[in-house]
Design a protein around this ligand. Sequence first.
Ligand code: NIG
Ligand code: FE
Length: 403
Amino acid sequence: MSAVLITNIGELTTNVGAEGDPCGTMTDAAVLVVGDRIAWVGPAAEAPDASARFARSTTGGEPHAVEVVDAGGRAVIPGFVDSHTHLVFGGDRAEEFAARMAGQSYAAGGIRTTVAATRAATDDELRHRLSGFVDELHAQGTTTFEVKTGYGLTVADEERLARLAAEVTPEVTFLGAHVVPVEYADRRDDYVDLVAGPMLDAVAPHSRWIDVFCETGAFTPAETERILAAGAARGLGIRVHGNQLGQGDGVRIAVALGAASVDHCTYLSDDDVASLAASDTVATLLPGVEFSTRQPYPDARRLIDAGVTVALASDCNPGSSFTSSMPLMIALAVREMGMTPAEAVWAATAGGARALRRDDVGVIAPGARADLVLLNALTRVHLAYRPGVPLVERVWRGGAELT
Ligand code: NIG
Ligand code: FE
Protein backbone atom coordinates (compact mmCIF):
# COMPACT_ATOMS: atom_id res chain seq x y z
CA MET A 1 0.00 0.00 0.00
CA SER A 2 1.33 3.46 -0.83
CA ALA A 3 1.76 6.13 1.79
CA VAL A 4 2.30 9.87 1.47
CA LEU A 5 3.16 12.28 4.26
CA ILE A 6 2.44 15.92 3.46
CA THR A 7 4.20 17.96 6.06
CA ASN A 8 5.18 21.54 6.81
CA ILE A 9 1.65 22.69 5.89
CA GLY A 10 1.35 26.34 6.92
CA GLU A 11 -2.45 26.34 6.93
CA LEU A 12 -4.56 23.18 6.78
CA THR A 13 -8.30 23.43 6.13
CA THR A 14 -9.75 20.24 7.64
CA ASN A 15 -13.44 21.29 7.67
CA VAL A 16 -13.71 19.44 10.95
CA GLY A 17 -15.36 22.50 12.40
CA ALA A 18 -14.84 24.09 15.72
CA GLU A 19 -17.05 26.86 17.11
CA GLY A 20 -16.35 30.00 15.09
CA ASP A 21 -14.15 28.16 12.57
CA PRO A 22 -16.12 25.82 10.31
CA CYS A 23 -12.93 25.30 8.30
CA GLY A 24 -11.29 23.58 11.28
CA THR A 25 -8.02 25.37 10.58
CA MET A 26 -4.70 23.93 11.76
CA THR A 27 -1.35 25.63 11.38
CA ASP A 28 2.06 23.90 11.08
CA ALA A 29 0.26 20.68 10.28
CA ALA A 30 0.84 17.38 8.53
CA VAL A 31 -1.40 14.77 6.88
CA LEU A 32 -0.54 11.10 6.47
CA VAL A 33 -2.25 9.26 3.63
CA VAL A 34 -2.26 5.46 3.52
CA GLY A 35 -3.72 3.84 0.44
CA ASP A 36 -6.75 5.86 -0.59
CA ARG A 37 -7.60 7.15 2.90
CA ILE A 38 -6.39 9.76 5.32
CA ALA A 39 -4.70 7.90 8.18
CA TRP A 40 -3.62 10.71 10.47
CA VAL A 41 -3.83 14.51 10.78
CA GLY A 42 -1.86 16.47 13.35
CA PRO A 43 0.97 18.87 14.17
CA ALA A 44 3.92 18.64 11.77
CA ALA A 45 6.23 18.13 14.75
CA GLU A 46 4.50 14.81 15.50
CA ALA A 47 4.48 13.58 11.91
CA PRO A 48 7.65 11.45 12.01
CA ASP A 49 6.20 9.41 14.89
CA ALA A 50 2.94 8.91 13.03
CA SER A 51 4.79 7.77 9.90
CA ALA A 52 6.95 5.37 11.87
CA ARG A 53 3.87 3.92 13.54
CA PHE A 54 2.33 3.29 10.15
CA ALA A 55 5.53 1.80 8.73
CA ARG A 56 5.68 -0.68 11.62
CA SER A 57 1.98 -1.45 11.79
CA THR A 58 1.56 -3.07 8.39
CA THR A 59 0.79 -6.70 7.85
CA GLY A 60 4.06 -8.14 9.12
CA GLY A 61 6.05 -7.81 5.89
CA GLU A 62 8.54 -5.08 5.00
CA PRO A 63 7.58 -1.64 6.30
CA HIS A 64 6.22 0.51 3.50
CA ALA A 65 8.14 3.51 2.28
CA VAL A 66 6.45 6.81 2.96
CA GLU A 67 6.77 9.48 0.27
CA VAL A 68 7.37 12.78 2.03
CA VAL A 69 6.01 15.98 0.47
CA ASP A 70 7.25 19.24 1.97
CA ALA A 71 4.46 21.80 1.58
CA GLY A 72 6.94 24.58 2.28
CA GLY A 73 4.57 26.39 4.63
CA ARG A 74 1.84 26.63 2.00
CA ALA A 75 -1.88 25.88 2.37
CA VAL A 76 -3.65 22.54 1.90
CA ILE A 77 -7.42 22.23 1.48
CA PRO A 78 -9.77 19.32 0.74
CA GLY A 79 -10.38 18.62 -2.95
CA PHE A 80 -13.28 20.67 -4.30
CA VAL A 81 -16.69 18.99 -4.48
CA ASP A 82 -18.56 20.33 -7.51
CA SER A 83 -22.10 19.16 -6.83
CA HIS A 84 -23.73 20.60 -9.98
CA THR A 85 -22.50 20.22 -13.57
CA HIS A 86 -23.96 19.41 -16.99
CA LEU A 87 -20.84 18.01 -18.66
CA VAL A 88 -22.23 15.59 -21.25
CA PHE A 89 -23.18 17.60 -24.30
CA GLY A 90 -22.28 18.34 -27.90
CA GLY A 91 -21.40 21.68 -29.49
CA ASP A 92 -21.18 24.99 -27.69
CA ARG A 93 -23.09 28.29 -27.57
CA ALA A 94 -20.34 30.85 -27.94
CA GLU A 95 -22.48 32.91 -30.31
CA GLU A 96 -25.36 32.98 -27.84
CA PHE A 97 -22.89 34.19 -25.19
CA ALA A 98 -21.57 36.90 -27.49
CA ALA A 99 -25.12 38.02 -28.30
CA ARG A 100 -25.91 38.15 -24.59
CA MET A 101 -22.89 40.30 -23.92
CA ALA A 102 -24.23 42.59 -26.65
CA GLY A 103 -27.51 42.98 -24.75
CA GLN A 104 -29.72 39.94 -25.27
CA SER A 105 -31.06 38.25 -22.16
CA TYR A 106 -30.66 34.61 -21.09
CA ALA A 107 -33.61 32.32 -21.74
CA ALA A 108 -34.02 28.64 -20.92
CA GLY A 109 -34.94 27.96 -24.57
CA GLY A 110 -31.25 28.00 -25.54
CA ILE A 111 -31.05 24.54 -23.99
CA ARG A 112 -32.71 23.20 -27.16
CA THR A 113 -29.71 24.26 -29.26
CA THR A 114 -27.49 22.01 -27.17
CA VAL A 115 -30.06 19.21 -27.27
CA ALA A 116 -29.83 19.18 -31.08
CA ALA A 117 -26.01 19.13 -31.02
CA THR A 118 -25.94 16.41 -28.35
CA ARG A 119 -28.36 14.15 -30.19
CA ALA A 120 -26.16 14.48 -33.30
CA ALA A 121 -22.97 13.47 -31.46
CA THR A 122 -21.73 9.87 -31.22
CA ASP A 123 -21.01 8.16 -27.92
CA ASP A 124 -17.30 8.41 -28.58
CA GLU A 125 -17.48 12.11 -29.35
CA LEU A 126 -19.37 12.75 -26.12
CA ARG A 127 -17.01 10.49 -24.15
CA HIS A 128 -13.96 12.26 -25.53
CA ARG A 129 -15.38 15.66 -24.64
CA LEU A 130 -16.36 14.50 -21.17
CA SER A 131 -12.94 13.08 -20.49
CA GLY A 132 -11.42 16.45 -21.43
CA PHE A 133 -13.68 18.14 -18.89
CA VAL A 134 -12.69 15.62 -16.22
CA ASP A 135 -9.02 16.47 -16.83
CA GLU A 136 -9.95 20.15 -16.61
CA LEU A 137 -11.72 19.60 -13.26
CA HIS A 138 -8.84 17.63 -11.78
CA ALA A 139 -6.26 20.21 -12.85
CA GLN A 140 -8.28 22.85 -10.97
CA GLY A 141 -8.52 20.81 -7.78
CA THR A 142 -11.98 19.26 -8.15
CA THR A 143 -11.90 15.66 -6.94
CA THR A 144 -15.63 14.87 -6.67
CA PHE A 145 -18.24 16.02 -9.17
CA GLU A 146 -21.83 15.43 -10.13
CA VAL A 147 -22.95 15.24 -13.78
CA LYS A 148 -26.52 15.71 -15.03
CA THR A 149 -28.21 14.40 -18.13
CA GLY A 150 -30.68 16.80 -19.74
CA TYR A 151 -29.39 17.43 -23.25
CA GLY A 152 -30.82 14.22 -24.75
CA LEU A 153 -34.53 14.39 -23.91
CA THR A 154 -35.42 11.13 -25.65
CA VAL A 155 -35.42 7.81 -23.83
CA ALA A 156 -32.40 6.56 -25.78
CA ASP A 157 -30.44 9.81 -25.55
CA GLU A 158 -31.05 10.36 -21.84
CA GLU A 159 -30.07 6.74 -21.20
CA ARG A 160 -26.80 7.14 -23.07
CA LEU A 161 -25.93 10.44 -21.39
CA ALA A 162 -26.45 8.83 -17.98
CA ARG A 163 -24.41 5.80 -19.02
CA LEU A 164 -21.54 7.98 -20.23
CA ALA A 165 -21.68 10.11 -17.09
CA ALA A 166 -21.60 6.98 -14.93
CA GLU A 167 -18.27 6.08 -16.56
CA VAL A 168 -16.66 9.07 -14.81
CA THR A 169 -18.65 9.60 -11.59
CA PRO A 170 -21.10 7.82 -9.28
CA GLU A 171 -22.93 11.14 -8.85
CA VAL A 172 -25.19 10.99 -11.90
CA THR A 173 -28.43 12.98 -12.01
CA PHE A 174 -31.36 12.31 -14.32
CA LEU A 175 -32.56 15.67 -15.69
CA GLY A 176 -34.99 14.57 -18.41
CA ALA A 177 -37.09 17.48 -17.12
CA HIS A 178 -34.66 20.14 -18.32
CA VAL A 179 -36.99 21.69 -20.92
CA VAL A 180 -39.84 20.30 -23.01
CA PRO A 181 -38.19 19.34 -26.31
CA VAL A 182 -39.50 20.92 -29.52
CA GLU A 183 -41.19 17.76 -30.75
CA TYR A 184 -43.42 17.82 -27.65
CA ALA A 185 -44.09 21.57 -27.72
CA ASP A 186 -47.82 21.06 -28.32
CA ARG A 187 -48.26 18.11 -25.96
CA ARG A 188 -46.23 18.77 -22.88
CA ASP A 189 -48.34 16.43 -20.75
CA ASP A 190 -47.16 13.56 -22.94
CA TYR A 191 -43.57 14.60 -22.33
CA VAL A 192 -44.10 14.66 -18.55
CA ASP A 193 -45.60 11.16 -18.81
CA LEU A 194 -42.56 10.03 -20.77
CA VAL A 195 -40.09 11.49 -18.25
CA ALA A 196 -41.91 10.06 -15.23
CA GLY A 197 -42.40 6.69 -16.95
CA PRO A 198 -40.28 5.02 -19.64
CA MET A 199 -37.45 7.58 -19.55
CA LEU A 200 -37.07 7.24 -15.80
CA ASP A 201 -37.12 3.45 -16.13
CA ALA A 202 -34.28 3.58 -18.66
CA VAL A 203 -32.12 6.13 -16.84
CA ALA A 204 -32.62 5.21 -13.17
CA PRO A 205 -30.22 2.23 -13.26
CA HIS A 206 -27.35 4.62 -14.12
CA SER A 207 -28.38 7.39 -11.73
CA ARG A 208 -28.26 8.34 -8.07
CA TRP A 209 -30.35 11.51 -8.31
CA ILE A 210 -33.32 13.08 -10.11
CA ASP A 211 -33.60 16.81 -10.83
CA VAL A 212 -36.21 19.08 -12.45
CA PHE A 213 -35.75 22.61 -13.82
CA CYS A 214 -38.70 24.23 -12.01
CA GLU A 215 -39.01 27.63 -13.65
CA THR A 216 -41.22 29.67 -15.96
CA GLY A 217 -40.32 28.41 -19.44
CA ALA A 218 -39.31 24.99 -18.15
CA PHE A 219 -41.52 22.90 -15.78
CA THR A 220 -44.47 23.98 -13.63
CA PRO A 221 -44.70 23.24 -9.90
CA ALA A 222 -47.25 20.47 -10.48
CA GLU A 223 -45.10 18.85 -13.18
CA THR A 224 -42.05 19.18 -10.96
CA GLU A 225 -43.74 17.47 -8.02
CA ARG A 226 -44.99 14.65 -10.18
CA ILE A 227 -41.62 13.90 -11.80
CA LEU A 228 -39.67 14.14 -8.54
CA ALA A 229 -42.14 11.84 -6.78
CA ALA A 230 -41.74 9.28 -9.56
CA GLY A 231 -37.95 9.45 -9.20
CA ALA A 232 -38.13 9.11 -5.42
CA ALA A 233 -40.37 6.06 -5.83
CA ARG A 234 -37.55 4.54 -7.93
CA GLY A 235 -35.08 5.18 -5.11
CA LEU A 236 -33.44 8.30 -6.55
CA GLY A 237 -32.46 11.20 -4.31
CA ILE A 238 -33.97 14.60 -5.12
CA ARG A 239 -32.31 17.78 -6.40
CA VAL A 240 -34.10 20.81 -7.87
CA HIS A 241 -33.14 23.69 -10.18
CA GLY A 242 -35.19 26.46 -8.64
CA ASN A 243 -35.61 30.20 -8.22
CA GLN A 244 -33.05 30.99 -10.91
CA LEU A 245 -34.84 33.47 -13.15
CA GLY A 246 -37.50 34.73 -10.76
CA GLN A 247 -39.45 33.95 -7.59
CA GLY A 248 -41.11 30.55 -7.77
CA ASP A 249 -41.95 27.26 -6.11
CA GLY A 250 -38.64 25.44 -6.50
CA VAL A 251 -37.45 25.95 -2.93
CA ARG A 252 -40.86 25.16 -1.46
CA ILE A 253 -41.08 21.88 -3.38
CA ALA A 254 -37.47 20.92 -2.68
CA VAL A 255 -37.88 21.39 1.07
CA ALA A 256 -41.26 19.64 1.14
CA LEU A 257 -39.84 16.59 -0.65
CA GLY A 258 -36.64 16.46 1.44
CA ALA A 259 -34.35 17.28 -1.48
CA ALA A 260 -30.62 17.08 -0.84
CA SER A 261 -30.18 20.41 -2.59
CA VAL A 262 -32.00 23.22 -4.34
CA ASP A 263 -29.76 24.93 -6.81
CA HIS A 264 -29.53 28.55 -8.05
CA CYS A 265 -31.63 30.24 -5.28
CA THR A 266 -31.17 33.64 -6.87
CA TYR A 267 -34.71 34.93 -6.16
CA LEU A 268 -35.90 33.94 -2.68
CA SER A 269 -38.79 35.11 -0.50
CA ASP A 270 -38.40 35.38 3.27
CA ASP A 271 -40.47 32.20 3.56
CA ASP A 272 -38.08 30.38 1.22
CA VAL A 273 -35.11 31.37 3.37
CA ALA A 274 -36.86 30.40 6.61
CA SER A 275 -37.94 27.02 5.27
CA LEU A 276 -34.43 26.26 3.97
CA ALA A 277 -32.99 27.17 7.36
CA ALA A 278 -35.34 24.73 9.08
CA SER A 279 -34.54 21.90 6.64
CA ASP A 280 -31.72 19.55 5.63
CA THR A 281 -31.84 20.89 2.09
CA VAL A 282 -28.65 22.64 0.99
CA ALA A 283 -28.88 25.88 -0.99
CA THR A 284 -26.38 25.45 -3.81
CA LEU A 285 -25.33 28.75 -5.32
CA LEU A 286 -23.94 28.88 -8.85
CA PRO A 287 -22.32 32.27 -9.37
CA GLY A 288 -20.83 31.28 -12.73
CA VAL A 289 -24.41 31.65 -14.03
CA GLU A 290 -24.85 35.22 -12.85
CA PHE A 291 -21.37 36.07 -14.13
CA SER A 292 -22.21 34.74 -17.57
CA THR A 293 -25.83 35.89 -17.82
CA ARG A 294 -25.51 39.29 -16.13
CA GLN A 295 -28.27 38.40 -13.65
CA PRO A 296 -28.03 39.62 -10.06
CA TYR A 297 -25.98 37.34 -7.83
CA PRO A 298 -27.73 35.34 -5.10
CA ASP A 299 -27.43 36.78 -1.60
CA ALA A 300 -25.31 34.21 0.22
CA ARG A 301 -24.99 36.44 3.29
CA ARG A 302 -28.75 36.46 3.82
CA LEU A 303 -28.83 32.65 3.63
CA ILE A 304 -25.86 32.03 5.91
CA ASP A 305 -27.06 34.55 8.48
CA ALA A 306 -30.42 32.76 8.53
CA GLY A 307 -28.69 29.44 9.23
CA VAL A 308 -28.99 27.87 5.77
CA THR A 309 -26.26 25.44 4.64
CA VAL A 310 -24.75 26.87 1.47
CA ALA A 311 -22.74 25.05 -1.21
CA LEU A 312 -20.95 26.53 -4.21
CA ALA A 313 -20.84 24.71 -7.54
CA SER A 314 -19.86 25.56 -11.11
CA ASP A 315 -23.04 24.52 -13.00
CA CYS A 316 -20.60 23.97 -15.87
CA ASN A 317 -22.76 23.89 -19.03
CA PRO A 318 -22.55 25.45 -22.49
CA GLY A 319 -25.42 27.90 -21.94
CA SER A 320 -25.45 29.68 -18.62
CA SER A 321 -21.98 28.99 -17.14
CA PHE A 322 -19.26 27.50 -19.31
CA THR A 323 -16.61 27.32 -16.62
CA SER A 324 -15.48 24.41 -14.45
CA SER A 325 -13.41 26.55 -12.09
CA MET A 326 -14.24 26.23 -8.41
CA PRO A 327 -11.61 28.85 -7.53
CA LEU A 328 -13.57 31.28 -9.74
CA MET A 329 -16.78 30.39 -7.84
CA ILE A 330 -14.99 31.17 -4.58
CA ALA A 331 -13.72 34.50 -5.89
CA LEU A 332 -17.21 35.50 -7.12
CA ALA A 333 -18.88 34.39 -3.89
CA VAL A 334 -16.51 36.51 -1.85
CA ARG A 335 -16.52 39.54 -4.14
CA GLU A 336 -20.20 39.56 -5.11
CA MET A 337 -22.22 37.49 -2.64
CA GLY A 338 -21.08 38.55 0.80
CA MET A 339 -19.25 35.37 1.76
CA THR A 340 -16.02 35.41 3.70
CA PRO A 341 -13.12 33.52 2.08
CA ALA A 342 -13.42 30.82 4.77
CA GLU A 343 -17.17 30.42 4.16
CA ALA A 344 -16.61 30.20 0.41
CA VAL A 345 -13.88 27.56 0.68
CA TRP A 346 -16.06 25.56 3.08
CA ALA A 347 -19.02 25.84 0.69
CA ALA A 348 -16.90 24.64 -2.27
CA THR A 349 -15.68 21.58 -0.35
CA ALA A 350 -17.72 20.47 2.68
CA GLY A 351 -20.81 22.30 1.40
CA GLY A 352 -20.68 20.39 -1.89
CA ALA A 353 -20.28 17.15 0.04
CA ARG A 354 -23.41 17.99 2.08
CA ALA A 355 -25.29 18.74 -1.12
CA LEU A 356 -24.38 15.24 -2.33
CA ARG A 357 -25.04 13.71 1.11
CA ARG A 358 -21.48 12.43 1.26
CA ASP A 359 -19.39 12.29 4.42
CA ASP A 360 -16.30 10.65 2.92
CA VAL A 361 -15.24 13.74 0.93
CA GLY A 362 -14.97 17.46 1.63
CA VAL A 363 -13.06 16.93 4.89
CA ILE A 364 -9.48 16.12 5.85
CA ALA A 365 -9.95 13.69 8.71
CA PRO A 366 -8.88 10.12 9.47
CA GLY A 367 -10.96 7.67 7.44
CA ALA A 368 -11.99 10.19 4.79
CA ARG A 369 -10.96 9.66 1.18
CA ALA A 370 -7.56 11.23 0.65
CA ASP A 371 -8.58 14.11 -1.64
CA LEU A 372 -6.18 16.97 -1.09
CA VAL A 373 -5.10 20.14 -2.85
CA LEU A 374 -1.78 21.83 -2.19
CA LEU A 375 -2.10 25.51 -3.06
CA ASN A 376 0.71 27.64 -4.33
CA ALA A 377 -0.26 30.16 -1.66
CA LEU A 378 0.21 30.57 2.06
CA THR A 379 -3.52 30.71 2.88
CA ARG A 380 -6.89 29.77 1.34
CA VAL A 381 -7.79 33.46 1.28
CA HIS A 382 -5.59 33.70 -1.81
CA LEU A 383 -8.21 31.73 -3.78
CA ALA A 384 -10.42 34.84 -3.64
CA TYR A 385 -7.64 37.38 -3.31
CA ARG A 386 -5.83 36.30 -6.49
CA PRO A 387 -8.71 35.61 -8.90
CA GLY A 388 -7.81 34.02 -12.20
CA VAL A 389 -4.39 32.89 -11.02
CA PRO A 390 -3.81 29.11 -11.17
CA LEU A 391 -3.02 28.47 -7.49
CA VAL A 392 -3.72 24.73 -7.54
CA GLU A 393 -0.24 23.25 -7.35
CA ARG A 394 -0.71 19.51 -6.65
CA VAL A 395 -3.85 17.38 -6.35
CA TRP A 396 -4.39 13.95 -4.79
CA ARG A 397 -7.59 11.97 -5.26
CA GLY A 398 -8.02 8.81 -3.24
CA GLY A 399 -4.34 9.05 -2.31
CA ALA A 400 -3.15 9.06 -5.93
CA GLU A 401 -1.58 12.20 -7.30
CA LEU A 402 -3.34 13.56 -10.39
CA THR A 403 -1.10 15.16 -12.94
O1 NIG B 1 -28.40 25.20 -14.57
N1 NIG B 1 -31.09 26.20 -15.49
C1 NIG B 1 -31.13 25.23 -16.21
N2 NIG B 1 -30.12 24.57 -16.75
C2 NIG B 1 -28.81 25.09 -16.85
C3 NIG B 1 -28.61 25.89 -18.09
C4 NIG B 1 -28.57 25.04 -19.26
C5 NIG B 1 -28.35 25.73 -20.57
O2 NIG B 1 -28.56 26.95 -20.72
O3 NIG B 1 -27.96 24.97 -21.48
C6 NIG B 1 -28.45 25.85 -15.60
O4 NIG B 1 -28.22 27.06 -15.62
FE1 FE C 1 -27.76 23.56 -13.81
